[in-house]
Design a protein around this ligand. Structure first.
Ligand SMILES: C[C@](O)(C(=O)O)[C@H](CC(=O)O)C(=O)O
Ligand SMILES: [Mg+2]
Length: 309
């Protein structure tokens, strides 16, 4: 009931335990706190919090317009709603290395389990679009060093994302990944790899756990968990999947209401009222209230209290 039953540190430890090379643990993107509850109920081991979704939900494109406060606040709401570890997208880290250090502290305070920081220039863009501008190696590594310097809970996961593959090719991207690991990155997110052999090569050559981004309509094919596990991948994210599917359903339902004059034909596709109540544990709150309402002071306590007066 109410919030997560696990402390941020317990979740961070669970995250680190889960992301082993070849485990390919699946982190669907929670686009709301409620969806994080469903992800947990379905037995996933973690939830991802996408920067693209955060921006899009505010009606904005994913070009680095969201602020650290907005991201940390939404991250907290989602992390609070689940016992699962959460990995949040910190884009380019929200500034210079000192700002990145502060970013880490804010995200730690918000109860997240880890975040990733990328090596694009701000304004950034989706990693699966063309025309990305990259910062140089020094700036990229300074961001990670700033993050590591700012971290107070050593279990908080600092992941470095590199977008270099699509710009300078795999060899250059792998060199950069090695430098990012030397700068203290706990995990690597190689963005927009082309095929499974590229994932395999990265997993073989990089000494820390690797993330695979299975975003739709992007540059990577949608590989299965098993394929990615065989390539050595440690974790897989489905960042925008739930938002896309929900918005697809919303659009179709709005069309139905407009054309049919009622939503009736869509009701069978909906999450029912009772299922929704189950997800938010409605029943437990009823008991909580009645527990307070029915509370009676045992007579022995009354005597003790009186004796103290
Ligand atoms: C993972 C990602 O950074 C995100 O914000 O979710 C995006 C996803 C997307 O736009 O499809 C990305 O840059 O890959
Ligand atoms: Mg992003």
């Amino acid at each position: 009931m109410l919030y997560s039953t696990k402390t941020p540190n317990e979740k961070r430890k669970a995250f680190r335990d889960a992301v082993k090379p070849g485990a390919a643990v699946q982190f669907p993107g929670a686009f709301t706190p409620l969806s994080a509850k469903l992800i947990q109920e379905k037995g996933f081991q973690g939830a991802y919090i996408s920067g693209a979704v955060l921006a899009n939900e505010l009606g904005l494109p994913d070009v680095g317009l969201t602020t650290l406060s907005e991201v940390a606040q939404r991250g907290r709401q989602i992390a609070d709603a689940t016992d699962l570890p959460t990995l949040i997208d910190a884009d380019t880290g929200f500034g210079e290395p000192m700002n990145v250090a502060r970013t880490i502290q804010e995200l730690e305070n918000a109860g997240l389990s880890g975040c990733h920081i990328e090596d694009q220039f701000n304004p950034k863009r989706c990693g699966h679009l063309d025309g990305k501008n990259m910062v140089d190696l020094k700036t990229a590594t300074m961001r990670i060093k700033g993050a590591v310097d700012g971290r107070r809970d050593s279990d908080f996961v600092i992941m470095a994302r590199t977008d270099l593959r699509a710009v300078e090719g795999l060899d250059a991207a792998i060199d950069r990944m090695k430098a990012l690991v030397d700068s203290g990155a706990d995990m690597i997110f190689p963005e927009a790899l082309k095929d499974l052999s590229e994932f395999e090569r990265v997993c073989n050559e990089i000494d820390v756990p690797i993330l695979a981004n299975m975003t739709e309509f992007g540059k990577s094919e949608l590989f299965t968990k098993q394929q990615l596990a065989d390539a050595g991948v440690a974790m897989v994210i489905y960042p925008v999947t739930l938002l896309r599917i929900a918005m697809g359903a919303i659009e179709r339902t709005l069309d139905t209401i407009a054309t049919e004059g009622t939503q009736d034909s869509k009701v069978e596709e909906m999450l029912t009222r009772s299922r929704l109540y189950e997800l938010v544990d409605y029943e437990a709150y009823n008991q909580f209230d009645s527990g307070i309402f029915n509370f009676q002071v045992p007579s022995s306590d009354i005597q003790t209290n009186n004796a103290n007066l």
